[in-house]
Design a protein around this ligand. Sequence first.
Ligand SMILES: [Zn+2]
Length: 302
Amino acid sequence: MMAKNLLIALFCLFAAPFDSLAGMKNIKISQTKVYQGDVIKVSLAYKSTMPFRVDFLGREHKSFEMNGFQTVLIGIDYRLNPGTYAIKGVYPMMESPDPYFVAIAHKIRVKKKYPKLKWVPRERSEEEKKKIFKNSAEINNAARHSARKLKRLKKFAWPIKASNNKPPFVTSKFEDKRCRRDKVRGLLCHYHAGTDYRAAFDRKRSKPEPVRAINDGRVVLVADHLLNGKTIVLDHGNGISSGYLHLSKFLVKNGDLVKRGQKIGIAGKTGATNAIHLHLFIRMDHGKTVIDPHRFLRKFTK
Ligand SMILES: [Zn+2]
């Protein structure tokens, strides 16, 4: 036993810097070059019920089963500084009560997609400011306290069913800038930080579509916000959450368990908007990581 542990320790020690020697063919990584706002998928190449762990930016990620394989999804926040980062961890080598662990060590390169922008919120009344602050705290808290632990994650589904069963029509991308001109500071912009989907496909675009859960989860927020309008946040587990904004009607209540594809509300134009659409956000790491939802769904609805 001692000798085996020593061997493993030595193996991990020496294997870590050499990807090819560390049993790397047992670990699949979707990409080692990634843009800000994207997601990296790390999975075991063979079927196993035993989870593995990786660490990224000091956060531990425990794997779950996705498409039959133990998988970790690592979100790259759109504000993360471009540069080289390490993904480190261990995976179990045997299906037994006494498995031994092999090191995972990858370097990933985060490439720039969202240059920093100058932004200052618009002047508002004290009352409005208070409401907006409270609203965003509610969303942050809902995401932060997401507690579901995932054993298995289904593939994702689109939040709006387009008539031809293709992805719903995007009316505003994540990277679209929202700008205003300030007399003193000049042009101020921020990224949209979500995806807007057309949610009324009738001729006059006046009949709102149902909004569907992108995956199984628990409802962690049902609230009416000043700018976001009627808002639902779902906790999908392991720190992954999704938010649905500007709804006209809620079909679920706080605490409900929902299934992927389940109608959770009706789209609308509540809050700061004048056309029926769905603003979707997806966050990871309990709300800390904001990613491009459309890019995410294009990958993980397959
Ligand atoms: Zn939006």
